[in-house]
Unconditional design. Structure first.
Length: 85
């Protein structure tokens, strides 16, 4: 899958993950950037743990990217919440 497709998929997944993790709003642009990172993290995690490979823009790719974005956002908000930012 091309890098551009991962970015687009990550933006959409980041938006959805932002709504799941941070229901009160927050910095949407930063959450979208973390969503793009989460798309890469999700792809890496799923392949490391024996999940199906991501082959293109399909439902499974969307699920993988969304799960990765949620993981990244939860970790970020847990760390940032402790620092008082």
């Amino acid at each position: 899958m091309s890098i551009l497709a991962w970015i687009v998929l990550g933006l959409v997944a980041g938006f959805i993950a932002s709504k799941v993790v941070n229901r009160s709003g927050g910095n949407l642009v930063f959450d979208l950037v973390l969503g793009v990172i989460g798309a890469f993290v999700g792809g890496w995690l799923f392949t490391r743990f024996g999940g199906p490979p991501v082959t293109g823009l399909n439902i499974m790719s969307f699920v993988v990217a969304t799960v990765g974005a949620i993981v990244v956002l939860v970790i970020y908000h847990a760390v940032a919440g402790r620092r008082g930012i």
